[in-house]
Design a protein around this ligand. Structure first.
Ligand SMILES: [Zn+2]
Ligand SMILES: [Zn+2]
Length: 250
């Protein structure tokens, strides 16, 4: 049964289409500003605590340790409900990205064509060695194997407790924001902006991408020093995720 729910990119275009349509519809329907603030707050949980801090800087690069183990699990759950895949899938894909940056095996290089960035078709199980620690962890493995079931339960719970507005603004719109900021990151981080370091791939720093992705836009800094949890290498390269990491690291 778990094959049906396992994290993969097959359903990504549908989630992307529904979430995008809802964002556009709600922009015209103009609900109370508080709802958008709630979506933004959720995007902090999914994007900053979940994907940037936990999937990326902690689980993929091991650049810091959490003060408490439960933080890894809670924040991993936040990352998962962002709708861009499981921790195992994310780490596998991102490892390939660092290994083959802007070359043939890069899962989302803009230099390999716009479409593979816009509508990702990653194989989440492309790199078992990179995720060996997560595969042997019951929590991460269950999250990967039952990914779509967990998303369905999450959305059902939201609808049950709060109705359609909660489903849309707490559940689906934050996914839309997460998906589009990820697309923009994957594209722009290797296409737009300046370089502090002459790294072998075409990574770049872009201030406005950093602003909308909790600091991930200082991407050339990151490729140059992937083991660093702080992406700020110049005083004005503000990295909000690093501020949060200071609070949660051991
Ligand atoms: Zn990169
Ligand atoms: Zn990285």
């Amino acid at each position: 049964m778990k094959d049906v729910f396992r994290a993969n990119t097959m359903y990504f275009p549908y989630i992307q289409a529904i979430a995008t349509a809802l964002i556009i519809y709600m922009l015209f329907a103009a609900p109370a500003a508080e709802w958008w603030l709630i979506s933004f707050g959720m995007y902090f949980l999914t994007g900053c605590l979940g994907i940037t801090i936990t999937f990326h800087r902690h689980l993929t690069h091991g650049s810091f340790k959490f003060r408490y183990k439960w933080m890894e699990y809670l924040f991993t759950f936040f990352g998962a409900i962002g709708g861009t895949g499981s921790s195992i899938g994310w780490v596998a894909v991102h490892n390939e990205h660092h290994k083959n940056s802007d070359a043939d095996g890069d899962p989302h290089s803009p230099h390999n064509g716009l479409w593979n960035v816009l509508i990702p078709k990653y194989d989440f199980e492309m790199n078992k060695w990179a995720v060996r620690r997560l595969i042997t962890n019951k929590f991460h493995l269950a999250l990967h194997n039952y990914y779509y079931l967990i998303l369905l339960v999450w959305l059902t719970v939201l609808y049950t407790i709060g109705g359609i507005n909660v489903l849309v603004f707490v559940g689906i719109i934050p996914m839309g924001i997460q998906i589009w900021t990820s697309v923009l990151s994957n594209y722009g981080n290797h296409m737009w902006g300046y370089r502090n370091y002459e790294t072998k791939e075409d990574s770049r720093n872009t201030w406005w991408l950093a602003a909308i992705t909790w600091g991930e836009g200082w991407h050339n800094n990151h490729h140059a020093k992937p083991g660093r949890w702080n992406f700020q290498h110049k005083w004005w390269e503000l990295d909000p995720s690093a501020w949060v990491i200071k609070l949660v690291k051991a």
